[in-house]
Structures are given as structure tokens and as C-alpha cells.
Design a protein around this ligand. Structure first.
Ligand code: MF3
Ligand code: CO
Ligand code: CO
Length: 274
């Protein structure tokens, strides 16, 4: 399947799904406190989606080629967990960092976003990892415009993360998204400038760098989903879904409480939505 160019009508559907994903992350924010279990966060998100948003949790029973069906409605990746952490009955504790990754389906279209949450008081090192990863995502986003390449995005993320002393996970990537959860292209978070697919208006994809405080190697847990750092160092991830516009990009996973872009993003980088 080649990379699909979405029509303005399709992008409007994705804008709605993206907003719902961001609003779900807003909704769960006050519940992320010491003592809450990730299963409770999963149930809260599931119920909000089904009863309030009338959206479908895309992760639940998601079973891409060869995988066992994912058993929960959200992913909660704590501390050394990189991604696809499966919610469980262990309470979060003061000082944990957790990525919550949600994907909603609304009207047949997907909205995919994740954020880092600090549980209580978090160490300066963990806070810095979350902040640098957030900035790394935005260094990638800032590359997006017609004529730029996917390699430009990956290179910007990799350079920034490594300059700050961290490593980039290679086994997982951003992805095209639309009626399907994961479409072409693969959006690597490392690479060479000018390499790879050239961006065109109407492409829609996610950028979702996973950055480790230590080495980049991963380990797959026996549950078949949860991925952790091999050296047990902390890992962080942020995810936005965006579309390429005629002049740059539009982030689709925005809501009332989406963290605003970092200071190095200027108005010319981020033209306002039409
Ligand atoms: N939301 C993840 C992504 O950003 C995918 C999760 S797949 C699941 O691509 F099955 F683990 F939910
Ligand atoms: Co996601
Ligand atoms: Co994604």
C-alpha cells in the first residue's frame, strides 16, 4: 500500500479523532497520582471513551501480524518501560514517570497521542529525560514541510537526543495513520538528512520518539507486549499526530490542555490551523 494523501474532508475527520485523543489525555491527568493503579487508569480511560466521547479504544484486542491481542484500552509505560506497557494492579509510587498512550477511533478514523506524566515529586534526572524527549519530538515536528524528508525528521530527533547524552530506540517508530491504526510510512526517530520519503501536503503520520537515559537496546517482556530498556535505565516518549500542509505542518492531537510548543518553535514554523 503506498502512502495515502488524505483529502481535506478526511483530514477534518482526523482532526476530530486527534482532538479526542488529546482530550482523553487531559481527562486522565488529575488521576495520575501516587497509589493509583494503571488498571484504574485503563478503566477510567475506557469508560470515558465509551460513555462520554463515544469513541472506540483502538488498542483493545489490537493484534497486528503475529501478535497476541493487546488486552487493555491504553498503554501505560512506567520508568524503564519503553512502550506498550500493559496496565496492571501495581500502584504508581511517588517519583515514577509514566507514559500514557491512547488511540481513539471516531467515525472510522484514528487519533493517536501520548504524553509523559510525573507521579508526585520526580527526580531532576527523570524530569530532564521527560523534558528533553518532549523537545526532541518538537525538533522532529519542526522539520515537517513539503519537500523535507523523513530522514530530516529522524536526524533532528537523534541529534538533539544524543547531544543531550541520551539514546534513541530503533525498534519502534512513528507511522502513517488514518482508517488504519498503522499505515505507511514508517517514521524513524533517527536517520540522515535528505534521506527517505519526501513529504507532501495531505500526508498524515505520527512522530513518537522513545528516548532512553542509558543505552538504546531493548528487551521484550514475556507478556508479549511490554518493552523495557535492556540496561534498566529510564525511558520516555511523547507522541503527536500531524499532517503536512502547503506551508509546514498542523498538529492534529491538540486540546485545551496540550502542552504548548517549546520556545524554539516560532510562529513561522507552526502556521495556525486553517
Ligand atoms: N499507540 C501505539 C502507537 O503509538 C501503539 C499501541 S499498540 C497496542 O503506535 F496494541 F499496544 F496498543
Ligand atoms: Co500511540
Ligand atoms: Co502511534
Amino acid at each position: 500500500m503506498p502512502i495515502q494523501i488524505k483529502t481535506p474532508e478526511e483530514i477534518e475527520k482526523l482532526r476530530i479523532a486527534g482532538r479526542l485523543a488529546a482530550e482523553l489525555l487531559d481527562y486522565i491527568t488529575p488521576f495520575v497520582q501516587p497509589g493509583v493503579t494503571t488498571n484504574e487508569l485503563d478503566r477510567l480511560c475506557h469508560d470515558y471513551q465509551v460513555n462520554v466521547q463515544h469513541s472506540i479504544p483502538a488498542p483493545l484486542n489490537y493484534a497486528p501480524g503475529g501478535h497476541m491481542p493487546y488486552p487493555k484500552s491504553i498503554c501505560t509505560s512506567v520508568n524503564q518501560q519503553i512502550c506498550h506497557g500493559v496496565p496492571n494492579d501495581k500502584p504508581l509510587k511517588n517519583g515514577d514517570i509514566v507514559n500514557i498512550d491512547v488511540t481513539v477511533i471516531k467515525d472510522g478514523w484514528h487519533g493517536d497521542s501520548s504524553r509523559m506524566y510525573c507521579v508526585g515529586n520526580v527526580s531532576p534526572q527523570a524530569r530532564r529525560l521527560c523534558d528533553i524527549t518532549w523537545q526532541a519530538l518538537w525538533h522532529g515536528i519542526a522539520q515537517v514541510r513539503p519537500g523535507a524528508t523523513l530522514g530530516d525528521i529522524g536526524h533532528a530527533i537523534q541529534t538533539f537526543a544524543e547531544t543531550n547524552g541520551y539514546s534513541v530506540v530503533r525498534e519502534f517508530c512513528g507511522h502513517g495513520i488514518g482508517r488504519k491504526f498503522h499505515e505507511e510510512p514508517q517514521v524513524l526517530h533517527y536517520g540522515r538528512p535528505g534521506s527517505g520519503v519526501r513529504l507532501q501536503p495531505g500526508m498524515v503520520f505520527t512522530i513518537e520518539p522513545m528516548i532512553n537515559a542509558g543505552r538504546r537496546e531493548i528487551r521484550q517482556m514475556p507478556d508479549g507486549w511490554t518493552v523495557v530498556t535492556r540496561d534498566r535505565s529510564l525511558s520516555a516518549q511523547w507522541e503527536h499526530m500531524l499532517t503536512v500542509t502547503e506551508t509546514g505542518y498542523e498538529v492534529l492531537t491538540v486540546s485545551g490542555h496540550t502542552p504548548p510548543p517549546p520556545d524554539f518553535i516560532t510562529a513561522t514554523d507552526a502556521p495556525p490551523a486553517p
